[in-house]
Design a protein around this ligand. Structure first.
Ligand code: FES
Length: 317
């Protein structure tokens, strides 16, 4: 995926789901179908906010059986770089925007006998698309969904109506992961999406309970954090670029006309991995892709989420 293959869309609806979450509907201006996708896919949404263009990933939550519109839900993040605030404050029905075609880093494994899904908070969204797909294809699944309050349990009523007793909602209470993970039939695959501590806990519990690694799927995109501005020199393009405080290194490269690869823009897929040629300073790694050894060596950087603090950064792009 690159900056060159974006799709023009119109915002057809903005729905206030609760005090923190809004749902956005996108359609093509000509009314034709959007590209097909499978449950678990995400899109990149481009936001022209002031002087900078921001691009952030969001899971598609609409049914893969209906591509007349795409739906995403965004939780407002008052501490972030401003992408969610822009979407909450500025985006209105009738606005023209650009999105990427869907990509799926969190697909359903069609060979598994059963799908055990665990969601926390806004991490529910990919499962709404996946359960719609499984209802259509007849797959065996159960969805366990934890939320702090009834108000923040987005889409519980809709899911109860669509999947009935396969939904297990835990409002203000803990899920007993040991119990859940220890009583699944052989061949079950596990899917987890939600806050990082919850994902880590579920992965640890799955390992303790002997789940094979190949049966465990999780999605967690890091957010590109704000930070001190810095300068980077792109050795192949022969360009020196400024990275603003609310801008990612990847966005700054794109603004400079450098077509850099990406897929998730959340530090999870590895597509944007870039060689560091010189670094006098500290790379602030924010990704889930490089391992601890690679991060310590400082020879690679993931420009979608990582920043730099120091006097000289040269990268091979
Ligand atoms: S685009 Fe996926 S890790 Fe950077």
């Amino acid at each position: 995926m690159s900056a060159n293959n974006m799709i023009d869309v119109v915002v057809t609806q903005v729905v206030e789901v609760n005090e923190l979450v809004k749902r956005f509907h996108f359609s093509r201006p000509d009314g034709l179908a959007l590209p097909a996708f499978s449950g678990g896919s995400h899109i990149i949404v481009e936001m022209s906010d002031g002087e900078h263009v921001r691009k952030s990933p969001y899971s598609l939550m609409s049914s893969p059986l209906d591509t007349s519109d795409y739906q995403i839900s965004i939780r407002r993040d008052d501490e972030g770089r401003g992408g969610s605030l822009y979407m909450h404050r500025e985006v209105r029905p009738g606005m023209s925007m650009r999105i990427s075609a869907p990509a799926n880093l969190f697909p359903i494994n069609n060979r598994s006998t059963k799908h055990l899904m665990i969601a926390g908070g806004i991490g529910i969204t990919p499962f709404i698309a996946q359960t719609a797909q499984l209802l259509a294809t007849g797959g065996d699944f159960e969805l366990h969904y934890g939320a702090r309050t009834t108000e923040l349990a987005s889409y519980v009523d809709e899911l109860r109506a669509s999947i009935g007793r396969r939904l297990h909602a835990y409002i203000g209470e803990n899920i007993d992961f040991d119990d859940l993970l220890s009583r699944q039939p052989a061949g079950t695959h596990l899917y987890v999406c939600g806050p990082e501590p919850m994902i880590e806990l579920v992965l640890a519990k799955a390992a303790e309970n002997g789940w094979p690694k190949g049966h465990i799927h999780f999605e967690h995109f890091a957010k590109a954090p704000p930070g001190e501005p810095f300068t980077a020199y792109l050795s192949k393009s022969n360009k020196s670029i400024q990275v603003g405080k609310d801008q990612s290194l990847l966005e700054a490269m794109e603004e400079a006309g450098v077509d850099a690869p990406y897929l998730c823009r959340g530090g999870a897929c590895g597509q944007c991995e870039t060689t560091v040629v010189e670094a006098e300073g500290k790379i602030l790694h924010g990704d889930y892709w490089l391992d601890d050894e690679e991060k310590a060596a400082g020879n690679k950087i993931m420009p979608c989420v990582s920043r730099f603090c120091g006097s000289n950064l040269v990268i091979e792009r």
